[in-house]
Design a protein around this ligand. Structure first.
Ligand code: TRP
Ligand code: SF4
Length: 347
């Protein structure tokens, strides 16, 4: 068992703890993670410190949000028997490595990160002129490298952060490499981004209020589908439409069976079906996907201690793996904890 674990490549990924997840989080990340668990040794972290980089002023919901994320993960099929699932702030080694990385990371690298520039320009309701916000990708580098992860599954928007992680690893290895280099350079594994529209046809996003949540009960899913926008050219029932320009059509492409897709393609283009019927089929597919998740989630909701125990167990395993890295980090930097008399200078 142990040797099998060692030969498998390591994966680390995370999500900021922003509360309950929606279908976009599922198809954009979670579904992919669930499928990686057999092939890799996986670490999945709820990044609550990362949530603080923007939401530092009010921490009243951080813990609850973290637990909600973890519950959705477990509901979606992340399996604590296979993967290490934990909350970032429960493993202080992330902060320690973040501090050391902050010593060697040039400011210019951080100021150039696209997400940093974008968010500074677009978010005005919070003061993001903080040390922690600028250091966001340094913390992410610590998350990844403290487990010496080989592979980091992420969406397009996070690729620059993994690139920076590689640069930090390289720079650390250049400075401190005795007795050996500590860090591998992790690879970003781009999650194939299915185009998942929200109910208003824009990208599904919490900030647009157009989401379908993994926890939405069947009637809510059906209601949201009813109000979902469709091909604008299809005004009357007798007008033919085009599923390729319809957000409901996009949902079908991701979630429905091949037979249903054929019926949608044919029926929509010939005005053989109405949008109401078509949407009810889309709702059927979603309900079929969400039902088993909600069943699984119920078990944890009824007994929250169960989920907490899983996270605690994950924390223990994560701490152990992180401690091994930190020992090597200290050694490489000549700051090991053991007492070692000063070495005699070379002859
Ligand atoms: N920054 C990531 C996001 O916003 C979340 C995250 C934190 C992460 N730590 C990570 C992702 C480490 C991958 C690896 O989605
Ligand atoms: Fe969209 Fe379906 Fe209506 Fe076609 S029939 S426009 S795919 S909702």
């Amino acid at each position: 068992m142990t040797s099998a674990i060692k030969t498998r490549k390591r994966v680390l990924s995370g999500m900021r703890s922003t509360g309950k997840l929606h279908l976009g989080n599922y198809v954009g990340a979670l579904q992919n993670w669930v499928g990686m668990q057999d092939q890799y040794q996986c670490f999945f972290e709820v990044a609550d410190w990362h949530a603080l980089t923007t939401d530092y002023a009010d921490t009243s919901r951080v813990k609850e949000n973290s637990i909600d994320v973890a519950l959705d993960w477990l509901a979606a099929g992340l399996d604590p028997e296979k993967s290490v699932i934990f909350i970032q702030s429960h493993v202080p080694a992330h902060a320690e490595l973040h501090l050391l990385f902050s010593m060697i990371t040039p400011l210019g690298w951080l100021e150039r990160v696209p997400t940093y520039k974008e968010q500074r320009e677009n978010i005005h309701d919070k003061d993001l002129g903080t040390y922690g916000f600028l250091g966001y990708p340094v913390l992410q580098a610590a998350d990844i490298l403290v487990y010496r992860a080989d592979v980091v599954p992420v969406g397009e928007d996070q690729v620059a952060h993994v690139e920076l992680t590689r640069e930090i690893a390289r720079r650390f290895n250049q400075f401190y490499n005795r007795p050996k280099e500590v860090f591998p350079e992790p690879q970003a594994l781009l999650t194939p981004a299915a185009k998942l529209p929200g109910t208003d046809g824009r990208k599904m996003s919490k900030s647009y209020g157009n989401t379908i949540m993994l926890t939405d009960p069947e009637p809510v899913v059906r209601q949201k589908l009813k109000t979902m926008v469709t091909d604008p050219a299809r005004v009357r029932r007798s007008d033919p439409g085009n599923p390729d320009v319809c957000p409901v059509g996009d949902l079908h492409k991701i979630f429905c069976s091949r037979e249903t897709m054929a019926k949608v393609n044919e029926g929509c283009r010939t005005a053989g079906i109405g949008c109401i019927e078509c949407k009810s089929w889309a709702a059927d597919s979603l309900v079929q996907l969400l039902n088993p998740m909600q069943e699984r989630r119920k078990k944890f909701e009824e007994n929250p201690k169960l989920a907490w125990d899983i996270l605690e167990e994950g924390t223990q395993r994560a701490r152990k793996a992180a401690a091994e890295t930190m020992d090597e980090v200290r050694q490489a930097m000549g700051m090991a904890l053991n007492y070692e008399p000063a070495k005699a200078s070379a002859k």
